[in-house]
Design a protein around this ligand. Structure first.
Ligand code: ZN
Length: 276
């Protein structure tokens, strides 16, 4: 029972690679006013903009994937986040996937990131030189979590990592941030003072090398479907304990192909995907 619940969550949200299920992604955004249709796990965006490949406090990685597109609120968030990282004297961060030029389901890697409001930010905080985009295709990215998810890898963990998460959570446009349960537990055990921001830090499978920032639907965009709010409280205690009782999804049998079939996109996405 529990295993099927795990599979359901993975299919619904982020995990299992879905081989070649998506239509070929258009290489450019759909024209027209910026508008979102659908929800993070099933939707699209028209009029998306692209994140510059580098800026104060950040560098985009794997630029060849062409997945650094998003809603203006997301582009602005990443740039502002980079500036705050820099202002705190932290090494620049690597920015992974945002969305495809028109959003939609990706051919591998994510089930969400479909509406231009999700961004993957890598935890790497070693001091390192800035690189040309072509040299950022395959950077070395270490997990903060020990194998078997038995605890934090103290040889990798830095106070900077908590600072990155606290900084990201402080942006009012951030809805939630997905991290590995072990990282959430570290924050629960060590953060003092104002812990209200911990509510936004949500445990999820994997997410031990990077964290995943999700923004709220932009005000006034009526096609964007909000996700149920994160429950009140800091999310420590029983909610988190339950995550540690779940089986590792990698130990579960692969879900049947029918469970991996992508949901039909919202009707409005047909025009977005088909636009010249
Ligand atoms: Zn992600």
């Amino acid at each position: 029972m529990r295993g099927s619940w795990v599979i359901g969550l993975l299919v619904l949200s982020i995990g299992w690679s879905i081989p070649c299920a998506a239509q070929q992604a258009a290489p450019t955004p759909a024209p027209g006013p910026q508008r979102i249709h659908g929800i993070y796990m099933n939707g699209c965006i028209a009029g998306a903009n692209v994140l510059p490949t580098e800026g104060t406090g950040y560098e985009a990685i794997r630029v060849s994937r062409n997945r650094h597109w998003g809603h203006d609120t997301l582009i602005r968030f990443v740039q502002s986040f980079g500036q705050r990282v820099h202002a705190q004297g932290l090494p620049h961060v690597y920015i992974g996937d945002l969305s495809q030029p028109r959003g939609g389901r990706m051919s591998y890697g994510h089930a969400s990131h479909q509406v231009g409001l999700d961004a993957d930010i890598w935890f790497v905080q070693t001091k390192r030189p800035r690189l040309a985009p072509a040299q950022r295709e395959n950077p070395e990215l270490r997990s903060l979590v020990l194998p078997g998810e038995v605890g934090i890898d103290e040889s990798v963990w830095l106070p900077n990592h908590a600072t990155l998460l606290r900084t990201a959570a402080s942006f009012p446009e951030v809805d939630r941030i997905f991290v590995n349960k072990v990282i959430k537990r570290r924050l629960c055990d060590t953060e003092t003072g104002d812990r209200a921001w911990l509510r936004k830090i949500v445990p999820w499978f994997y997410h031990d090398e990077h964290f995943h920032v999700r923004l709220y639907c932009p005000p006034g965009d009526r096609g964007c479907v909000a996700q149920a709010p994160v429950p009140a409280g800091d999310g420590c205690g029983k909610t988190l304990d339950d995550w540690f009782a779940l089986p590792d999804p990698r130990s579960q049998p692969a879900p049947p192909p029918s469970a991996l079939a992508p949901a039909k996109p919202p009707a409005a996405c047909g025009a977005v995907f088909a636009a010249p």
